[in-house]
Design a protein. Structure first.
Length: 315
């Protein structure tokens, strides 16, 4: 690992149209790790300079163009025909075992620090160096059976395109890719709502530490019922504490087009005699209207209407 970093530090900047050096192992793994944060499918060759953190940091450190890292992420995602079996094998192995991915990521960072590469040059973009564990958020909304169902057509198409990649390997990678997409969606929803429940305002940051299980970021229109585009749309998501997430998902409460929180019939009556229910779903702690930061993107009314007509217990 140290030898890899010494070779990186010895590189000269490569200007087009010169051929760039091959990716070394630590670059491949860091590209994969960056894909946990970056929706690289949003960028093309002319927009790669706009790719968010940590793409630009990695490009500067490794003396590459940002587009090179985005292309490598696409190879690892197996969504690029003839992207390379080695990339697919690496991605499938690491993304299906987050403990292994964390271990390899930390070993790469420790080796970089030994070579004098500090956090400004190579940020700890997964926030693991201080002892936190790698946690894929939003996974409670997914089930293996629903993932498998969603991949039926895609798996056949990929198998035809990537004839040299074993079907089992392709399936593992596609399953992992779905989970990573859900993770990126949930991270975006949490950031949009500044890590607070939109129903009661509970913060997921307690005693100075982020507590990932205190909040859930899930879809307004459920993942199983959404299209691929809708599954990644932050306007189709709410940040909620577990109690209010379940109340919304099961139709006990809903949100109208003006963002007012509404009860299912019978809830208010039951709260007059059930103190625990009143403590959970009364107002307070529920707000009359969604609690959204001033800078937050509002939920799309299309998703709110879907929930109100398909999930909300109206009678």
């Amino acid at each position: 690992m140290d030898e890899q970093w010494r070779s990186v530090l010895a590189r000269n900047a490569v200007n087009p149209p010169k051929r760039q050096v091959d990716f070394i192992a630590c670059e491949v793994v860091l590209s994969l790790c960056a894909s946990l944060l970056v929706d690289f499918h949003k960028y093309g060759g002319t927009s790669s300079h706009k790719a968010e953190f940590p793409v630009q940091h990695l490009a500067r450190l490794f003396e590459r163009r940002p587009s090179s890292f985005l292309a490598k992420m696409t190879n690892l995602d197996n969504s690029r025909p003839n992207g390379g079996r080695y990339d697919v094998e690496v991605a499938a192995r690491l993304l299906s075992d987050t403990e292994l991915l964390q271990d390899v990521y930390l070993r790469i960072l420790r080796a970089a620090r030994r070579q004098g590469i500090d956090r400004e040059q190579l940020p700890d973009f997964l926030d693991l160096e201080d002892g936190r564990a790698l946690w894929l958020v939003g996974q409670e909304e997914l089930s293996e059976s629903e993932i498998e169902k969603s991949l039926e057509g895609v798996l056949e198409k990929r198998a035809r395109e990537q004839g040299d990649v074993p079907l089992e390997l392709t399936q593992r990678l596609l399953t992992a890719t779905v989970r990573i997409g859900q993770h990126r969606f949930a991270q975006g929803v949490l950031a949009n709502h500044q890590h607070r429940c939109v129903f009661c305002g509970l913060s997921g940051i307690i005693a100075g530490e982020r507590r990932p299980r205190m909040l859930t970021a899930s879809h307004i229109k459920p993942w199983r019922d959404s299209t691929g585009k809708e599954r990644l749309d932050n306007r189709n998501g709410f940040t909620a504490c577990p109690t209010h997430d379940v109340a919304f998902d099961t139709g006990l409460i809903t949100v109208d087009s003006d963002l007012n929180v509404k009860y299912s019939p019978g809830i208010e009556r039951d709260m007059t005699i059930e103190a625990p229910l009143r403590a959970a779903l009364g107002k307070p702690p529920l707000a009359d209207k969604l609690i959204l930061p001033d800078v937050a993107v509002r939920p799309d009314v299309v998703y709110l209407d879907w929930h109100r007509t398909q999930i909300f217990v109206a009678s």
